[in-house]
Design a binder for this molecule. Structure first.
Ligand code: PMT
Length: 402
């Protein structure tokens, strides 16, 4: 059921727009409140009046209507919804979304939101198969936009093939699945570390590594999408702050440890940061180059944040997940690391230069726990984040039922 859920339904142009009207009815039957936006194309097939009559709310059409702007600006329209559903999603609107265009109310609301988005594409099968449409869909998927359909079947103009919009009840099921998943970690507090640490040698030089923060940030974003209250403690990265995540910026391993300890107690800790194992003793004065002498650096060991969190006594998170960055004997080394650091799961990844894992967008994970190893296929780091978040949700669900 969808009681209390607020859905912004964006109906774009196409013969399937009439099914958008049925969708309003189906969503409302399940208790959702539905506000509609109709593009100019949609209005060639259905009227705002029919959408308003079925939804029981004004249907919005115009980006620059003074009335709409004063009553309900496009920003509020998007933000006061729990989910944006685009059904039908025309090839044109998908292209606008992928390109970040905002030239009408629908595309502006879609650009102005950080709420989840579900699209139900509908178009001619040649448009569906076109490389441009497929590239746009891949871009949207990489940004976390969910999709239902299209199906194969009869299309407009006596044609048939892939491009028929999913049926309203299928779309309702997808909406329900999103909300079911979205709530899975509600009430759980999570801590994620991400990025490298920089360890100063002197005021201008430091020791660092190649971590970009992509993996850790993707995990934090995925945990928040499932409803967790997430703190991300990040070393220096170029990655944007994931929406809805509390971000604490740090530089050194010791600062990272302090920020993690401040974030306790949490239910879940995921240590994805590439923390420098050593720091130099450091100096406040810049090391001077002297003819004929090469300075030597004395390294001292940094605190192990993952091990500290795993051994935090009654403040230990219920589930502690570490990573293992390995270049050989990946799984065996990860198994030993899990036991040594006393964490629950280790996500082992091969970081040999040829894999491009450090700094890249893909990752191949082996999840090691006390029971054994689960090999994941090569995934985008975003997908790794989502898969891990789902796995964590399943862990807590199993906990609850025992
Ligand atoms: O940031 P990206 O470019 O996206 O790359 C992702 C990644 C390769 C950095 C990530 O997937 C990864 O493997 N992170 C862990 C890197 C690492 O430091 O691995 P390790 O095997 O040296 O450490 C094992 C575990 O101990 C890790 O969870 C690490 O966060 C933690 N650790 C290590 C040292 C230390 N002083 N404190 C720690 O908490």
């Amino acid at each position: 059921m969808l009681h209390g859920r607020r859905i912004l339904l964006i109906i774009s142009g196409g013969i399937a727009a009439y099914k958008g009207l049925d969708l309003i009815r189906r969503l409302k039957e399940r208790g959702a409140s539905v506000r509609c936006v109709l593009t100019a194309g949609a209005q060639q097939f259905i009227t705002p009046l029919s959408a308003a009559a079925l939804s029981g709310e004004k249907a919005y059409t115009d980006l620059f209507s003074l009335t709409d702007e004063s009553e309900m600006g496009h920003l509020r329209l998007a933000q006061e919804s729990d989910l944006l559903v685009v059904a039908p999603a025309s090839a044109d609107l998908l292209a606008k979304m992928a390109g970040g265009l905002a030239d009408d109310l629908a595309s502006t609301a879609l650009l102005a939101t950080d709420k989840p988005i579900l699209v139900a594409p509908a178009m001619n099968f040649r448009m569906w198969g076109h490389a441009a449409t497929q590239a746009n869909l891949a871009t949207l998927a990489a940004r976390g936009v969910k999709r239902i359909g299209p199906n194969s079947g009869p299309l407009a103009e006596n044609e048939s093939g892939m491009g028929r919009m999913a049926e309203p009840l299928e779309i309702v099921a997808a909406v329900e699945a999103i909300f079911a998943g979205a709530a899975a970690l509600t009430g759980k507090r999570a801590l994620v570390t991400s990025g490298p640490t920089h360890e100063p040698i002197d005021p201008v030089r430091y020791i660092a590594n190649r971590s970009s923060g992509k993996q850790g940030h993707a995990i934090a974003a995925a945990l928040v999408q499932l409803g967790a209250d997430c703190t991300l403690v990040s070393g220096p990265t170029e990655e944007p702050d994931p929406p809805g995540v509390k971000v604490v910026q740090v530089t050194t391993a010791r600062e990272m440890l302090a920020a993690c300890e401040t974030a306790l107690p949490v239910d879940i800790a995921v240590c994805a940061a590439a923390v420098a194992d050593w720091r130099t003793e450091g100096t406040d004065a810049k090391l001077k180059k002297k003819e004929g002498t090469i300075p030597s650096l004395t390294l001292v060991e940094n605190p192990d944040i993952l091990a500290r969190l795993s051994q935090a006594g009654d403040r230990r998170p219920k589930l502690v997940v570490g990573f293992a960055a390995e270049t050989e004997n990946v799984v065996a080394n990860a198994q030993a690391k899990r036991v040594r650091k006393n964490c629950d799961w280790i996500l082992a990844n091969d970081v040999s230069p040829a894999t491009g894992v450090f700094g890249g967008d893909q990752n191949t994970i082996h999840l090691v726990d006390a029971q054994g190893t689960e090999d994941w296929p090569s995934l985008t780091k975003r997908d790794v984040g989502e898969r891990l978040a789902q796995r964590i949700a399943a862990f807590f669900k199993a906990e609850k039922s025992t």
